[in-house]
Design a protein around this ligand. Structure first.
Ligand code: AMP
Length: 183
């Protein structure tokens, strides 16, 4: 089974649909037997996702930097919590564990982590798949921008395609199930 590294918000957003999508993804991750690798947080979409995986009996590895490893931020039910010296080490550990990446709704942190994953794929530093779940059109503007960068020649069509965009949890879940079959 695969280890799926999920980047997602430390906030919940303004619609219940964001949390509902994260809940669905967490439940399916566990059902597929995949291990969730994530930022170790208890708040926002991160907390919803981790709780769904735990409820469904799945495995989680949390990776959190020392400065965020505080009781009010760090998930206290995740057994395998790896505390790193800083953000750089955290990302190195997350990348070393990941077989594939998913971004769920989130903000700056989510985008930063997502774009590192696709940038490193572009540089042939890994061949792992990267997917985004575009809940409530949150990433519509981002996708339009990527298309524009492709049109203007700043992004190759292949690199553009490397970032898979799914519109609903079911599509993402089908992709996850297929990943499970190939491992
Ligand atoms: P953001 O999208 O800005 O909310 O940032 C979320 C991403 O940044 C997550 O995938 C985490 O890796 C990291 N992050 C941001 N805030 C926290 C936090 N309070 N606890 C743990 N990780 C966090």
């Amino acid at each position: 089974m695969a280890r799926i590294c999920v980047f997602c918000g430390s906030r919940s957003g303004d619609s219940d649909e964001f949390a509902a999508a994260a809940e669905k993804v967490g439940t399916l991750l566990a059902a597929c037997g995949h291990t969730l690798v994530y930022g170790g947080g208890s708040t926002g979409i991160m907390g919803v996702l981790a709780n769904a995986v735990l409820r469904a009996g799945g495995n989680i590895i949390g990776v959190i930097p020392e400065h965020l490893a505080r009781p009010e931020l760090m998930h206290d039910k995740v057994q395998d919590m790896r505390i790193t010296a800083d953000m750089h080490e955290r990302k190195a550990v997350m990348h070393s564990l990941a077989d594939a990446y998913i971004a769920l709704p989130g903000g700056y942190g989510t985008l930063e982590e997502l774009f590192e994953a696709v940038t490193w794929a572009q540089l042939d530093l890994h061949t792992r798949e990267v997917a985004v779940l575009n809940v409530c059109g949150l990433f519509d503007g981002l996708c339009a921008m990527l298309d524009k960068m492709t049109d203007h020649g700043f992004l190759s069509a292949d690199c553009r395609r490397h970032l898979r965009v799914y519109l609903d949890s079911q599509q993402l879940l089908d992709w996850l199930s297929r990943l499970g079959e190939t491992r």
